[in-house]
Design a binder for this molecule. Structure first.
Ligand SMILES: Nc1nc2c(ncn2[C@@H]2O[C@H](COP(=O)(O)OP(=O)(O)OP(=O)(O)O)[C@@H](O)[C@H]2O)c(=O)[nH]1
Ligand SMILES: [Mg+2]
Length: 453
């Protein structure tokens, strides 16, 4: 946010919707050892590699979500397929998406992560497991399995990112009050300064060092009466002072437009409160700026008389008058104030289920076209990982369906031989054949036969 250039940055973006798709796992391989003089060489198909994960990582080198908002589709690499001679597939590369410190990750309006400090990480979408090769399916009864799994699909996740700058102190006030001038005087930040309102168009963050202590201060664009209704630049930027420990309210002794300086304190306080009650609760320091102006002393005295609850300072960022005293006061107060908890990541069942292995279980319902449907996350995964080109894999799928109770549930729901059913989006035909044990299986005993898609 430090502005080294001439023009005010306008590429400050603090919200973005991103579409993540983690990598699919690589397919497992079904192959057999074939060598001269080695009869019955046995299965040797390797497993597929794991698909790449997508992580968010907070970095202090980034200050805006601009880049991400312009490239919202993020995909991680697929895992490589397994190969014969027990060769596993390559792991798909993970993707690390760097976000500014203070970025909140939301899913369906709920906070799932709050990346505050440099290096904080969040696994947003998990890559799929690699499919197992036929070596993994070798058993005492089936020493030559012609079964291999496809890779598991990677998780998909639509995330809303929101940046709420992390600073200890927030500067608020009418436009032109001298907020940016103060920030440049006490830190290395260089927000644009000019003698007209709304010079600052985006929040600026500066690190202030004073007497061996340091704190972060945020300068936001000026507020005016009706900011909560969108007047001026509105209250768009107030979220960037929501997480501060205290607010410094700068008052221009010359007033702003028709407003007298003394009036401005109440107007800004109302705007803060309307935006978020937390802002009204915050410790607030009133600071009359531009002490070098002739009317400053009188304004200061009037405010001291009126606001007994808040400390009132008189400073001049231009001459340095009173600035040290203000900083002394801020650093003495900061350690006593706890950081407010505004965004609590909700780790309730639904959200955390996104990041846990899928559970068994399913829903049976009538689809739009009247077909009986069975759905669940687990079923989708099982279907996606079944290699339908291998009759033995289809047989294995039948056994899984029986094992998890799907057969029973469908029968109970009234399915009849010859009926079409749809399991996790794939069509099957129901028939009443007995399930044959694998070593006695016959080509004609498949209970489920793929019809379409
Ligand atoms: N005389 C005097 N002028 C000052 C002082 N501090 C700031 N100014 C002037 O006041 C004007 C506005 O200062 P800014 O720092 O841009 O004010 P701001 O509050 O950031 O304004 P916005 O970004 O528009 O909200 C500039 O012309 C500054 O030079 C001061 O201590 N004394
Ligand atoms: Mg400014």
């Amino acid at each position: 946010m430090q502005n080294q250039g001439h023009a005010e940055r306008t590429d400050f973006i603090d919200t973005a919707r991103v579409y993540l798709r983690a990598g699919k796992g690589g397919d497992g391989c079904a192959s057999f050892r074939r060598e001269k003089f080695v009869p019955y060489g046995g299965p040797n198909g390797g497993n597929g590699g794991k698909g790449g994960d997508i992580w968010f990582e907070a970095s202090s080198n980034i200050t805006t979500l601009h880049e991400i908002a312009n490239h919202p589709h993020i995909r991680a690499e697929q895992g490589g397929p397994g190969a014969s001679k027990h060769m596993s597939g390559l792991k798909g590369a993970d993707i690390l998406v760097y976000v500014p410190c203070g970025t909140i990750v939301k899913a369906d309006g709920r906070v799932t992560a709050d990346l505050k400090r440099h290096g904080d990480r969040f696994l947003a979408a998990r890559g799929g497991r690699g499919g197992r090769g036929n070596t993994s399916f070798k058993t005492k009864f089936n020493t030559a399995p012609k079964i291999s799994e496809n890779g598991e699909p990677g998780q998909e996740f639509t995330a809303d990112l929101e940046l709420s700058v992390l600073a200890d102190v927030g500067f608020v006030g009418f436009p032109n009050a001298g907020k940016s001038t103060l920030l440049s005087a006490i830190s290395a930040a260089r927000p644009k300064i000019a003698a007209y309102p709304f010079t600052t168009l985006s929040p600026h963050l500066g690190i202030v060092s004073h007497k061996g202590k340091s704190f972060a201060a945020a300068d936001i664009p000026g507020l005016i009466e009706g900011a909560h209704e969108g007047k001026g630049l509105g209250d768009l930027f107030l979220k960037h002072v929501l997480r501060t420990k205290m607010l410094v309210h700068l008052v221009d002794p010359a007033g702003f437009g028709k407003f007298k300086p003394v009036e401005s304190v109440g107007i800004i306080a109302r705007e803060l409160k309307t935006y978020h009650p937390e802002l009204a609760r915050k410790q607030r320091i009133i600071v009359v700026s531009k002490a070098d102006l002739p009317e400053a002393k009188k304004v200061h005295a009037a405010l001291v008389g009126k606001h007994k609850k808040h400390p009132v300072f008189l400073i001049s960022a231009a001459t340095g008058f009173g600035v040290r005293g203000l900083l002394d006061y801020i650093i003495s107060l900061l350690p006593k104030i706890k950081e407010p908890e505004i965004y609590k990541p909700e780790l309730d069942e639904d959200v955390s289920a996104l990041y846990k292995p899928v559970k068994a279980g399913f829903r049976i319902s009538a689809g739009e076209d009247g077909l009986m449907e069975a759905n669940s996350e687990a079923l989708s995964t099982i279907i996606a990982m079944t290699n339908f080109n291998q009759p033995d894999s289809i047989n294995r799928l039948r056994r899984i369906f029986k094992l998890i109770g799907l057969d029973k549930a469908l029968k109970k729901a009234g399915v009849l031989p010859g009926d079409q059913i749809r399991i996790a989006g794939k069509n099957f035909e129901w028939s009443e054949h007995q399930i044959t044990p694998p070593h006695k299986r016959s080509k004609f005993a498949y209970k489920y036969q793929t019809k379409t898609g």
